[in-house]
Ligand binder design. Structure first.
Ligand code: FRU
Length: 465
C-alpha cells in the first residue's frame, strides 16, 4: 500500500481507510501481535462499530487484514479484549487446537435509540485459525445488562486459576470472574471517592507489574471522557493489589498515564511470552473532543507508538513509565549529531534525543512558514504548545497549551518522536509522556534548542509502508 496522503503517519498504525478509534483485542499468538480496533468501514466519522484487524511480527510493521467482527442481531461491536484460551476452558475448540477468544461489548442501537438502559451487553467470538476467521458464540450475550446504560469494554485475563473481567460500568470498574469465559460472576466494584470522574469511565485494564526490587503490584487503567488533565479524553491509573476478587488501591492519588491530549483508551497485549516479560501497550492517538473533525481525508486517527510499561519508584511512590518499545530502533536509518542551538532536518520522520543541562529548556520544531510546536520546561512544569502547529481551527480547544506537573521530577533526557501528524515526548524514558497530534501544512524541517547539552542526537526514521 502507498499510504502517502498528507498527514498520513508513516510509522504509526492507521486503518487503511475510514474511521478508527480504540485499539481492541490485543493478543500475541503464534508469532504474531494481533491488533483489532474500533472501526466504521463505511465512513470517516464514528458510526456502527466493527472490529478492524491487523497483525505484526515486530510491533512496528503491520499487515492489514479484513474486518474481523461485524455487527449482528445483538448490536454493534464495541471495545473489548482477546485471550488465548490455551486449555480450551471455553470448550469452543479442542485441546489440540485451542481458540483465541474475543470478549467485546454489544451496543444495541435500537435499545439506545429507545433510551432503554440495558442496551450494552458482553458477547464472545472465537477463532481456531490464528485469528483469520471469527465465529460468534451461539449463546451470546454471555453477560447481560443489569440495567445500567454504560456497561462496556471488557478486558479479560487469566488470574491464578480463573478468568477475570474488568468492566467499565458508568462510574466504576466492576470485576467479574469465570471458569470458561461464558459464565460470569460479579466479584466486586472499584470506585474510590477521590478518583477522577469528569466523564464516564471506559476501557479498563488490570495487570501486574514487578518493581525493580522484585515486588509485584497490580495496576488498574481507567480511561475517562471528558475530564482529562488537559481537557477531554485521558487515562488515569491506580496502583495497588488484586486479590483475585477485589482491587485494593495503595496510593490515594489520581495518576495520569499521559499529559498530552492524544492518548486514549489504551490497553495492553495479552499472552506476551513469559521470556519476553514485557507489558506492551498501545493507545488511540486522538481525543473525543475533536476526533471526528481532524483534517484528514480518507481515514481518521492513528495509534501511539507501542510502549512497554514499567513500574518506577519515585519519592517513595510509584509511577507507570511508558517506554517506546526497542523494536522502534529498527526504523533508524541515519544518525546525526545535533550540535548548537539549532539545526535543520533533512527528513520528515525523526527521533530526537536531548539532554537538558539547565534549569529551563525550550525546544521548537517547525517549518519555514512559521508553523511549529514548542516544548518548554519552566519551573516545575512542562508545557506543550501546538497553537501555531499548522491547521488548528477545526476546534477551539485544539490550540490550548497543555501542561504537565513535574512534582520535582529531575529531567535527565527528552526523547521526541515526530511523524507526519504527531509528536510524542518521552521524559526520562517515559516517566512523563505527552502525546500530541498536529496538522502542519508543510513538513517540519527546523529544530531550535535552548537549555540542552551539545551532544543531542537525531535519528532519521524509515517509513513502515
Ligand atoms: C472509548 C469508547 C468505548 C466504546 C467505544 C465505542 O473511546 O467510547 O467505551 O466501547 O469507544 O466505539
Amino acid at each position: 500500500p502507498e499510504f502517502n496522503e498528507p498527514f498520513r503517519p508513516q510509522y504509526h498504525f492507521t486503518p487503511p481507510a475510514m474511521w478508527m478509534n480504540d485499539p481492541n483485542g490485543m493478543v500475541y499468538h503464534d508469532g504474531e501481535y494481533h491488533l483489532f480496533y474500533q472501526h466504521y468501514p463505511d465512513s470517516t466519522v464514528w458510526g456502527p462499530m466493527h472490529w478492524g484487524h491487523a497483525v505484526s511480527e515486530d510491533l512496528v510493521h503491520w499487515e492489514h487484514l479484513p474486518v474481523a467482527i461485524e455487527p449482528d442481531e445483538h448490536g454493534w461491536i464495541f471495545s473489548g479484549s482477546a485471550v488465548f484460551d490455551a486449555d480450551n476452558t471455553s470448550g469452543l475448540a479442542t485441546e489440540d487446537n485451542p481458540p483465541l477468544v474475543a470478549i467485546y461489548t454489544y451496543h444495541d442501537p435500537v435499545g439506545a435509540e429507545a433510551k432503554r438502559d440495558d442496551f450494552q451487553t458482553q458477547g464472545i467470538a472465537y477463532s481456531t485459525d490464528r485469528g483469520r476467521n471469527w465465529l460468534k458464540y451461539e449463546g451470546n450475550p454471555v453477560l447481560k445488562n443489569p440495567g445500567i446504560r454504560d456497561f462496556r469494554d471488557p478486558k479479560v485475563s487469566w488470574v491464578d486459576d480463573k478468568w477475570i473481567m474488568s468492566l467499565a460500568v458508568k462510574d466504576r470498574i466492576s470485576f467479574y470472574s469465570s471458569p470458561n469465559l461464558i459464565d460470569w460472576t460479579h466479584e466486586s466494584d472499584f470506585n474510590p471517592s477521590w478518583a477522577a470522574y469528569g466523564g464516564v469511565w471506559e476501557c479498563p485494564d488490570l495487570f501486574p507489574l514487578t518493581t525493580a526490587g522484585g515486588e509485584e503490584k497490580w495496576v488498574l487503567f481507567v480511561s475517562i471522557n471528558p475530564g482529562g488533565p488537559n481537557g477531554g479524553s485521558a487515562t488515569q491509573y491506580f496502583i495497588g493489589d488484586f486479590d483475585g476478587k477485589q482491587f485494593h488501591v495503595e496510593s490515594r492519588e489520581v495518576k495520569w498515564l499521559d499529559y498530552g491530549a492524544d492518548n486514549y483508551a489504551g490497553v495492553t497485549w495479552s499472552n506476551v511470552p513469559e521470556e519476553d516479560g514485557r507489558r506492551l501497550f498501545i493507545g488511540w492517538m486522538s481525543n473525543w473532543t475533536y476526533a471526528n473533525i481532524v483534517p484528514t481525508e480518507n481515514w481518521r486517527s492513528a495509534n501511539t507508538v507501542p510502549r512497554n510499561l514499567e513500574l518506577v519508584e519515585t519519592n517513595g511512590d510509584y509511577l507507570v513509565a511508558s517506554r517506546p518499545v526497542k523494536e522502534l530502533d529498527m526504523l533508524r536509518n541515519d544518525t546525526h549529531k545535533a550540535e548548537g542551538s539549532g539545526f535543520s532536518l533533512d527528513h520528515e520522520l525523526v527521533e530526537i534525543l536531548l539532554t537538558p543541562n539547565q534549569e529551563k529548556f525550550k525546544v521548537e520544531i517547525g517549518n519555514e512558514k512559521g508553523e511549529r510546536v514548542v516544548l518548554e520546561k519552566n519551573g516545575d512544569q512542562l508545557v506543550f504548545d501546538r497553537s501555531q502547529s499548522g491547521i488548528t481551527d477545526f476546534h477551539e480547544a485544539f490550540s490550548k497549551p497543555h501542561t504537565a506537573p513535574l512534582n520535582g521530577l529531575k529531567i535527565k533526557d527528552v526523547r521526541i518522536y515526530l511523524d507526519r501528524s504527531s509528536v510524542e515526548v518521552f521524559i526520562n524514558d517515559g516517566e512523563l509522556v505527552m502525546t500530541e497530534v498536529i496538522f502542519p501544512t508543510e513538513h517540519y524541517n527546523r529544530v531550535s534548542l535552548s537549555g540542552f547539552s551539545a551532544d543531542s542526537q537525531v535519528h532519521y526514521l524509515n517509513s513502515i509502508w
